[in-house]
Design a protein around this ligand. Structure first.
Ligand SMILES: NC(=O)c1ccc[n+]([C@@H]2O[C@H](COP(=O)([O-])OP(=O)(O)OC[C@H]3O[C@@H](n4cnc5c(N)ncnc54)[C@H](O)[C@@H]3O)[C@@H](O)[C@H]2O)c1
Ligand SMILES: O=C(O)C(=O)C[C@@H](O)[C@H](O)[C@H](O)COP(=O)(O)O
Ligand SMILES: [Zn+2]
Length: 367
């Protein structure tokens, strides 16, 4: 029996992340954060057939009078668009959602980000409850309140900080997750060790097989520890004025790759987010070594762990380094003084670095 893990996120709008098997059928846990008469269940075409009926049944059992509607959209990063966001708002209008309504995001990070942004905007802000169903969403995207959609010109360029009212992670949902998506989530798990705690990298290195085999206890502990790392930094810096930017390790490169590939991860013609972040973290570690900040051996160690998790660690063929550098100019960490990268001094110790010469970035990209 795997125990319930609870991670509290403090600050002005506190909430809890609950992690345990079976929570998607737990009437009391699901209904507790709902305040009003309306709930919009947002999901995608892969997840809804697996889990939406169960969630809706649990909500109806617990609160018979609740008005529930569904917005189910096609899956994939290329669907995290302003157009789908608009359709989600139309669904809220169709439901007659009032200011005490709740958006329930049932799915991976694409659904969590888009549904969270719809909640942030509907009537200037209503509650969102995150029910993450991918490992990536459980360890990262459901926590911390970043919501967004993509533009063709860049990832997450339109969004808002809007913390969830609750995060409820049913780890049994991971049993239906494709292997590729499990590995993508492990990239963001590795990120926490890379930026905050080399001891967590030791822990991961000793549990590669258990995690890939979806061992319940190993997965639950990886999720809980990841949420704790994220909670600590998000509590201190909810709007990314400082340390929170460290969570962007690998993302300046990764987002440029995703954008340049047209968000084609789900169609098999590109990397998905976790894969792009894996490549990006290796590039950031190599850039750190080239800049004389960190030992090259630490980059080797990071690369070896990601490879053991079956993740890509090199830039896909056919991407132009100059085009990727141009994409980085719209990175949200850039400002009037130029780009900022998250680099590291050693495994477990990342920091924000300015004034990295373009030539060094191009060199890291192989250009
Ligand atoms: N807001 C944040 O802080 C934050 C953090 C990290 C990533 N993100 C965003 O998250 C997104 C990536 O999220 P993701 O990796 O979860 O991708 P995703 O939402 O596209 O889900 C991956 C795939 O798995 C399917 N799926 C989801 N749960 C399933 C299940 N239990 N069983 C079977 N199939 C399932 C989905 O339908 C999809 O095809 C990106 O858009 C990224 O930018 C946001
Ligand atoms: O929560 C954060 O802060 C993160 O940076 C987590 C990242 O894993 C995530 O991909 C996030 O959406 C990236 O944010 P962005 O501001 O670079 O779009
Ligand atoms: Zn990410």
């Amino acid at each position: 029996m795997t125990a319930m893990h609870t991670v509290e996120i403090g600050g002005d709008a506190p909430y809890a992340v609950r992690i345990a098997p079976g929570l998607l059928d737990d009437d009391a846990t699901l209904v507790a954060p709902l305040r009003g008469r309306h709930a919009l269940l947002v999901s995608d075409a892969n997840v809804a057939p697996l889990y939406a009926d169960r969630v809706e049944a649990a909500l109806r059992r617990a609160r018979p009078g609740l008005g529930i509607a569904r917005f189910v959209m096609p899956a994939g990063e290329h669907e995290k668009t302003l157009a789908r966001f608009g359709e989600c708002l139309d669904a809220l209008a169709g439901l007659g959602a009032t200011r005490d309504a709740t958006v329930i995001a049932l799915g991976g990070g694409v659904i969590g980000d888009l549904a969270g942004f719809a909640a942030a905007c509907w009537m200037r802000g209503i509650d969102v409850v995150q029910l993450p169903t991918t490992l990536l969403a459980m360890v990262d995207s459901s926590v911390g309140g970043k919501t967004a959609v993509d533009l063709p010109s860049g990832k997450n360029l339109v969004g808002a900080f809007h913390p969830p009212r609750a995060v409820i992670a049913d780890t049994t949902a991971l049993r239906t997750l494709p292997d590729r998506e499990l590995r993508a989530g492990l990239a963001e798990v590795v990120k926490y060790g890379a930026i905050f705690d080399a001891g967590f990298l030791d822990w991961l290195e000793s549990r590669v097989d258990a995690l890939l085999a979806r061992d319940d206890a190993a997965i639950a502990e990886a999720v809980a520890r990841s949420c704790r790392y994220k909670a600590d930094v998000v509590e201190r810096d909810p709007f990314e004025h400082g340390d929170r930017a460290l969570l962007n390790f690998g993302h300046t490169f990764g987002h440029a790759i995703e954008t340049e590939q047209g968000y084609a991860g789900a169609t098999g013609d590109g990397l998905n987010h976790g894969e792009a972040v894996a490549v990006g973290m290796v590039l950031a570690a190599r850039l750190s070594a080239r800049q004389g900040l960190a030992p090259a051996a630490d980059a080797d160690r990071l690369q070896a762990l990601l490879e053991r998790f079956g993740l890509p660690v090199a830039l896909p063929a056919g991407l132009d380094p100059h085009a990727l550098l141009a994409r980085m100019r719209l990175d949200k960490k850039a400002d009037a003084r130029g780009l900022r990268f998250i680099l590291w001094d050693r495994a477990g110790a990342a920091r924000v670095v300015r004034d990295v010469p373009d030539a060094a970035v191009l060199d890291a990209l192989g250009g």
